[in-house]
Design a protein around this ligand. Structure first.
Ligand SMILES: [Zn+2]
Length: 467
């Protein structure tokens, strides 16, 4: 009888013992368990489904943004987060009105366009002019002052499809600075090919940044198909005239970042800070940008606490106005006091597809904690980048500049820019399997960061050569 009990105890112990290699460190078994759980966890997909269906588009400063705020408070509370709160900050809301464009000569043809966020409206009858066509943005920059007087500048440079999304960064000046560069040369309006990889008639919006002291001209994005139509038409050699009508309004408004926490059981003042952004552009339902990113952060936080209460506090921020670049500075200001106690910060804002690489805080790669992390996510097909993380989402920039170490997950962006910032950013683009792989990649990191004593600041200081 005693032998039978002993045998049973041995079996029970063997069942409980983590199936990890002999060389694994103390965080490996927990991280492996978090990964396995994440792959079947419904939280992230349910979150994206819920906000897509129950809130939909939520442009900062709009009536929908207030609904999104209330939805987020209720959702974080229902998911068990503590200290759920709302941080308001002032913004200038930009609200889209009716928009249209057409080729008027050599023959009439409607164009699929969308106004860029922040664009001034045209006069009610629109602006009309002959176009000056540039196949690359560099060609526009090479145009001399005064050469575009009275013309509509059109840039048709295509965006390359890349796994890391770097094509978007490379072409971002087209959209951000293009309107002011065209205005400096005398243009009356600006059209850019959408910063998009798909072949589609859906145009993709995004913010512009007018340069101070330069006339503000109306600016819009063309669908990729209409951009190519203009290229082909220009080959015929006849002048092309376009009419563009944009209506928008601006007003002082309030935006809100919503936060919730899983309090640390041992070091509640030490914070592992995650986030995604609550606002979205207006044409779609903001499912991949950034419903998915929020879902990943929220699910990762809960999964990181699934092996027992975390030692450090895990905080999730749902940033209220990322798309027009408003959320970072108020968040950094609101957290000036706790920034020195933030262990690490990371924002999930690159869609819903699988992770393929992570960038760790500087100097941490060869620690036992991060070696365990790398081993836990290797079976997911995720590698650790050689370069440390210097950036992890637009909303974290203020705190990263203030010295908070960054952690970044690179997700496969090959498909992301087919739909990003367009009417096609909708729930059907979210693949639950890929989403959960990304959740697992985040969750294992958060688990180790919140349950170890790893000090990323000290590691960075040790790794940085002293002058
Ligand atoms: Zn985003």
């Amino acid at each position: 009888m005693r032998a039978w009990l002993a045998a049973l105890a041995t079996v029970a112990l063997a069942t409980l013992a983590p199936a990890t290699p002999a060389l694994a460190g103390p965080w490996r078994a927990g991280a492996d368990a978090v990964v396995q759980r994440a792959l079947h966890d419904p939280t992230a997909y349910d979150y994206v489904e819920s906000i897509s269906v129950e809130v939909g588009q939520r442009l900062a400063g709009s009536e929908a943004a207030a609904r999104a705020r209330d939805w987020a408070v209720a959702k974080l509370t229902a998911l068990g987060f503590k200290n759920v709160r709302v941080e308001p900050f002032p913004i200038t809301a930009w609200l889209r009105g009716p928009e249209e464009a057409e080729i008027v000569s050599p023959h009439p043809q409607t164009l699929a366009i969308i106004g860029l966020g922040g664009s001034v409206p045209t006069p009610p009858d629109g602006v009309e002019g002959e176009i000056a066509l540039f196949h690359t943005y560099a060609d526009l920059l090479a145009a001399p002052p005064g050469s575009l007087t009275g013309k509509i500048a059109v840039v048709t440079q295509p965006m390359p499809r890349t796994q890391d999304g770097s094509g978007y960064g490379a072409l971002n000046p087209n959209r951000r600075q293009g309107p002011s560069e065209a205005a400096k040369r005398g243009a009356i309006a600006y059209l850019t090919r959408s910063l998009a990889t798909g072949v589609s008639r859906e145009p993709h919006t995004g913010a512009l940044n007018y340069e101070p002291g330069v006339p503000r001209i109306p600016a819009a994005a063309l669908s990729t198909i209409d951009s190519e139509l203009i290229d082909h038409l220009a080959e015929r050699g006849r002048p092309i005239r376009i009419r563009l009508k944009l209506a928008s309004t601006t007003k002082p408004a309030t935006a809100w970042t919503v936060e919730g926490e899983i309090p640390g059981a041992v070091h509640p003042d030490q914070i592992v800070q995650l986030g995604g952004h609550l606002d979205s552009w207006d044409p779609g339902t903001g499912s991949i940008d950034d419903g998915a990113g929020m879902g990943i952060a929220v699910a990762a936080a809960r999964l990181a606490a699934s092996q027992g209460p975390p030692q450090r506090t895990i905080r999730v921020a749902l940033f209220g106005a990322e798309e027009m670049d408003y959320a970072s500075a108020p968040f950094a200001a609101a957290h000036k006091g706790d920034a020195p106690h933030m262990v690490v910060i990371g924002e999930s804002d690159i869609g819903a597809d699988r992770a393929w690489s992570v960038a760790l805080p500087a100097g941490s790669t060869n620690t036992p904690e991060m070696r365990d992390y790398a081993a836990a996510v290797a079976p997911l097909g995720v590698m650790v980048a050689r370069e440390p993380a210097r950036y992890s989402g637009d909303d974290t920039v203020g705190l990263v500049r203030a010295g908070v170490p960054a952690f970044a997950v690179r997700q496969d962006a090959s498909r992301y820019f087919d739909w990003h910032h367009s009417s096609e950013d909708t729930l059907d683009k979210v693949d639950p399997k890929q989403l959960n792989q990304a959740v697992a990649t985040w969750a294992a990191f958060v688990y180790i960061a919140a349950n170890s004593d790893i000090d990323f600041r000290a590691l960075r200081a040790a790794a940085t050569p002293q002058p």
